[in-house]
Design a protein around this ligand. Structure first.
Ligand SMILES: [Zn+2]
Length: 259
């Protein structure tokens, strides 16, 4: 029987985290996905093969839809409300459609407003998070453990260190390294008190072993906003900030983004 390693489970978890699911659904699906991957691996597939095949059947969009459906059906809304919401949605789509909202009898030249500029910001590429999670502290100067394969200080097993460790005292404010939406804020096993933020372009940042968080799941945050305080919760040897950046579910070296 094949059982996924902690790191492998974390990769599946990161995929679910990107969809911003609630804890209960996320836990249920994590179990389900891990079982499906293990079953594939038993037939000889590598972890990476099994992971990508399994995730193909549960893409982020579908997970979000699932969450929406569950939210919608679990809330006992009167039928009238549901119907009016549906009508409002259809009306909204019609308004957005260029074929119904544009008056074709008017000469095009009269339309002085350049609509492309309205959406310009939406199409600009999102810059990867490069700010330090601790205001005024250079990540390289405060580095106590780098990204990559290392012998775990507690388990003594060689595993991938998915982020970087920064020296800091308990209570030091931790800030968002890019604008985004909080998708997790709370206790998370070995990670201790953790905040995860979803950014544009498939980036997720994680701030771990915190003493407290001052944002909640669902909050929108701006670059440099205080989100938590350094601590030593979870599997930690002493006060420090474990900081991760994931791009499309894959942990990347936060310092490599700065260079
Ligand atoms: Zn660490």
């Amino acid at each position: 029987m094949i059982i996924l390693s902690e790191h492998q489970v974390a990769r599946v978890q990161a995929h679910l985290a990107r969809a911003g699911l609630n804890e209960q659904l996320s836990t249920e699906l994590l179990d389900h996905l891990c079982c499906a991957i293990e079953a594939r691996m038993t037939t000889g597939e590598s972890f990476d093969q099994a992971l990508s095949e399994t995730l193909k059947s549960w893409p982020i969009r579908q997970l979000r839809d699932l969450q929406k459906t569950i939210n919608f059906t679990t809330k006992t809304k009167p039928m009238l409300y549901r119907a009016s919401a549906a009508i409002a949605l259809v009306a909204g789509i019609c308004l957005l459609s260029p074929f119904t909202s544009v008056d074709h009898s008017a000469p095009l030249a009269l339309d002085h407003h350049d609509h492309s500029s309205d959406y310009a910001a939406d199409y600009s590429r999102f810059d990867p998070p490069t700010a330090s999670p601790i205001a005024g502290v250079d990540m390289k100067a405060a580095l106590s453990s780098g990204f990559g394969m290392r012998k775990h200080p507690l388990t003594k097993r060689t595993t991938l260190h998915r982020g970087i460790d920064l020296k800091a005292k308990v209570g030091t404010p931790v800030q968002a390294t890019a604008p985004g939406k909080v998708i997790y804020a709370g206790e998370d096993g070995n990670y201790g008190i953790t905040v995860r933020i979803l950014h544009e372009d498939g980036y997720v940042t994680a701030y771990c072993h915190l003493s407290k968080h001052v944002v909640e799941r669902g909050d929108r945050v701006i670059l440099g906003q205080e989100i938590a305080a350094v601590g030593t919760t979870g599997q930690s040897l002493g006060p420090h900030l474990h900081y991760e950046v994931l791009k499309d579910d894959v942990p990347v070296n936060p310092l490599a983004l700065v260079d």
